[in-house]
Ligand binder design. Structure first.
Ligand SMILES: [Mn+2]
Length: 328
């Protein structure tokens, strides 16, 4: 569907007002924008008369649990019998592979509403609202609230603020624009608590998480005359510190914190022949292109992929790609 923004928003709200069972899903390894947007959207569609259920391929980091008195964010389970959904709202997913096994719940007559801000969205929905200019999908959900004239209570304000705060890297990324700040100002007026949210997300780590961060930083490696930086979480480090979801989200950010570094990456050994790579870069580079080579994706300045190579080989491969990107 190609239509302007207002008619897209109107058609999304019109569909929601028809009611029915709605699946709200986001991408694998859901982040703050995923969870915040999903919880807020849950409240919206419920107010508009739908019967919603949130299901993701993976569980979210426990730190988002403070977004409390809320419906469960369910993790897909092949053994569970799920209701037949009349429509699905897919958030933050440029293609259907990104929702993982939740894909199994999209029966042929389940209408798809696709709401996203990533590059390269394949427009797989009946309605596709894709806007690369917004800083977070949480802003698009905010606009749905406004267009539907549904009150944003303090819980929803916290959820949407969390979405925007995390997706802008605490208002640091280039995506941070006046629209994002205006929406956040309104969310503060509706009762969002910056203190509560920031403490929950950025200042309540387990001691083991901070010790792991310390070891990763102590062992970080600089390359290309100090223009690139790797953080390396190999099996030794993972065995020492990581228990289930105990890992730190946002660790990859630290790969860019050294003066002079333009491109950074965090490599995690997840299996003997699979290495997860989170890439970060400053404005003048494009790490989504590096991730795309390995079937991953993301944004120009923040992207990720899984490289189907053992840790040492994956490291060599990514370093070579970074060198090419730096044009040296
Ligand atoms: Mn996002």
């Amino acid at each position: 569907m190609t239509a302007n923004r207002n008619s897209l928003i109107n058609s999304i709200i019109a569909r929601m007002k028809q009611g029915g069972k709605v699946l709200i899903v986001s991408h694998i390894s859901p982040d703050g924008d995923s969870i915040g947007s999903q919880l807020a959207l849950y409240a919206l569609v419920k107010r508009l008369g739908c019967d919603p259920m949130i299901i993701n391929h993976d569980s979210a980091f426990p730190k988002y649990a403070f977004l409390g008195k809320h419906p469960a964010v369910n993790v897909y389970d092949a053994g569970t019998v799920y209701p037949k959904f009349d429509f699905a709202v897919i958030l933050e997913s440029p293609d259907l592979d990104r929702i993982g096994n939740v894909h199994n719940l999209l029966l042929p007559d389940c209408e798809i509403i696709n709401i996203d801000h990533h590059r390269g969205n394949t427009l797989y929905g009946r309605i596709n609202w894709v806007d690369e200019s917004v800083a977070a999908v949480g802003i698009m959900v905010y606009e749905l609230f406004k267009a539907a004239d549904v009150h944003i209570d303090s819980d929803v304000a916290d959820e949407l603020f969390t979405a925007i705060l995390t997706d802008t890297g605490r208002f640091r990324f280039g995506s941070t624009n006046p629209q994002a700040m205006r929406v956040c100002a309104d969310l503060l007026e509706q009762g969002a608590s910056t203190k509560k949210i920031s403490d929950a997300l950025y200042a309540t780590y387990e001691s083991s998480q901070l010790r792991m961060l310390g070891e990763l930083l102590a062992k970080m490696e600089l390359y290309h005359d100090g223009r690139s930086c790797l953080l390396l979480s190999d099996k030794t480090i993972r065995d020492k510190y990581v228990n289930g979801s105990d890992e730190l989200e946002g660790l990859s950010e630290y790969s860019l914190y050294t003066k002079g570094v333009r491109i950074g990456a965090l490599l995690r050994e997840i299996e003997p022949t699979r290495t997860k790579v989170s890439l970060r870069c400053h404005e003048d580079y494009d790490v989504a292109a590096i991730a795309a080579v390995h079937g991953g994706g993301g944004h120009r300045n923040a992207a990720g992929c899984t490289v189907a190579l053992p840790f040492a080989q994956a490291k060599a491969r990514v370093l070579e790609q970074i060198r090419e990107a730096l044009e040296i």
